[in-house]
Design a protein around this ligand. Structure first.
Ligand code: ADP
Length: 473
């Protein structure tokens, strides 16, 4: 396996709306570190054109049903990963984000915009590609590149494809007229093809036609084969179970390293934990929590939503305070949840602190200064914060779902609860508090978490294995 085209609609540090951008920023670089000639294909949004100002034209494209476009070749800032930019200003240069306008409304021509991205991803794998560089395998990500495996199917499958689900909630569903407008054969619109409840679904197309499927944790790969997490795709995913793999995301271990984190007042390591105590004291002072080195301090950094189990956290908060604990919350989200969080602060001054907003520095200081990290998500495809917590020696209490189940070992590196309720969370908190009371036990759990490997290199090796299996057919 030498050449890989990684087609994506966002990649850090150029353009990010969600976890897909983190994966697209980190995985190709890690794969190149393993000797794979991995290159990105990314739409030319304004931020991408600005970030890759030196990119030069390598091809002109004139595809039926789309405006004339160009391919530019640049290098990703930081990692130097080669990026093919699909420069189609009519489609991608406009105000707002990659998918929505400045009012948060989906761009009306998203089917055309990502139809072109998918078409070009496939074209670069075909004999008729305008480039000399042709990949051995195509890796598609989420619905925005979902039509590429369909195009390759109709081109005689010149290379195999892997399709990764980062967010199953977004399925790229459009009226059936788009099948014709995008130039796809009419007979592709059927249950064995692009059709999804009488509409066209880009994601369904990818899930149906790709040679291999993956998602971002082994447990989530199982969960999406059933209701409710299958979100309508469970039948197809269950039918394709033999070709569906879960691979955990990595974390950026340069950004998230307690031994060298510029956001922290004090550095620490697993062998020298003294600095963590200083981080806790500084956090308590910073958030107007009572100065109390031995009080268990619970941290939460999260979108404040139902998915993340914030209602359960609000229900257990009085119990935490009753037990002498403190709670520090950082997040934004649903207005009702924000109001409930503010209510806790008013009720328990000096015991509960909340910052409503997005604050990267504070997120690092909570990860470092807290003793216990709460992440009771109802579902969690992979999740990052529990991995940051483990690396920072902040023992996670998590719900047994998706990537949380796959990254936290109950009683070894953290506490995992199965019972899907606030009471389930509370019982796990009680177990955590009992362990916290014994210093030797607690340090053993902290150090076990800090020793875990969540590097991108580990993930990249798993992807490499998946590509090799896919190529072997
Ligand atoms: P999701 O992508 O579902 O929100 P993850 O755990 O996968 O959940 O990733 C969340 C990311 O966003 C983490 O990097 C986390 O630190 C960060 N984050 C979430 N809310 C905030 C906030 N209010 N301030 C700073 N960082 C935040």
């Amino acid at each position: 396996m030498k050449r890989l085209l990684f087609a994506t609609s966002e990649a850090r540090p150029l353009i990010k709306t969600g976890g897909l951008a983190d994966v697209s920023g980190a995985l190709p670089a890690a794969l190149r570190g393993l000797g794979v000639d991995c290159r990105l294909l990314l739409p030319g949004y304004p931020a991408v054109l600005e970030g890759l100002a030196g990119a030069g034209e390598v091809a002109r494209l004139d595809l039926p049903g789309h405006p004339a476009a160009r391919l530019l070749l640049g290098a990703m800032p930081g990692s130097g990963v080669p990026v093919y930019v699909l420069d189609a200003p009519d489609y991608y240069v406009r105000p707002g984000g990659p998918y929505q306008d400045t009012h948060g409304i989906d761009h009306a021509d998203n089917a055309a915009r990502f139809g072109l991205l998918s078409r070009v991803a496939a074209l670069l794998c075909e004999v008729g590609s305008p480039l000399d560089w042709r990949p051995d395998i195509l890796h598609c990500n989420d619905w925005q590149t979902g039509l590429a495996p369909a195009w390759l199917h109709y081109a005689g499958r010149p290379v195999p494809t892997v399709m990764t689900i980062h967010n199953l909630a977004f399925q790229g569903v459009f009226p059936p007229a788009w099948v014709n407008r995008l130039g796809l054969p009419p007979d592709s619109f059927g249950i064995d093809g692009l059709e999804y409840y009488d509409s066209l679904s880009f994601l369904k197309a990818g899930l149906y036609y790709a040679d291999h499927l993956s998602t971002v944790s082994p447990t989530y790969a199982e969960e999406i084969q059933r209701e409710p997490l299958g979100m309508g795709m469970q039948g197809l995913l269950a039918a394709r179970a033999a070709t569906l793999t879960g691979i955990l995301n990595g974390i950026d271990d340069t950004d998230w390293n307690p031994a060298a984190d510029p956001h922290l007042p004090c550095a620490y390591t697993a062998t020298d934990l003294a600095g963590k105590g200083h981080c806790k004291a500084a956090l308590q002072a910073d958030l107007n929590l009572a100065a109390a080195p031995d009080t268990p301090l619970f941290g939460v950094v999260s979108r404040l939503t139902h998915q993340k189990g914030l209602d359960w956290i609000i229900q257990v908060a009085p119990g935490i305070v009753d037990r002498g604990g403190q709670l520090a919350i950082l997040g934004t989200g649903d207005k009702a949840v924000e109001a409930a969080v503010r209510g806790l602060v008013a009720r328990y001054p000096g015991r509960v602190a909340a910052t409503i907003g997005y604050d990267e520095g504070l997120s690092h200081r909570i990860e470092a200064g807290a003793d216990i990290f709460l992440m009771p998500s109802r579902f969690e495809p992979c999740g990052l914060n529990q991995m940051y917590s483990l690396r920072y020696g902040t023992v996670p209490v998590v719900h047994a779902t998706g990537g949380l189940r796959d990254t936290v070992d109950d009683g070894v590196t953290g506490f995992v609860f199965d019972v899907t309720s606030a009471h389930g969370l509370w019982l796990a908190i009680e177990r955590a508090l009992a362990a916290y009371a014994d210093r030797t036990t607690w340090q053993r759990i902290m150090r076990a978490g800090m020793a875990r490997d969540f590097s991108w290199e580990r993930s990249a090796r798993e992807y490499l294995g998946l590509y090799e299996r896919t190529l072997a057919g």
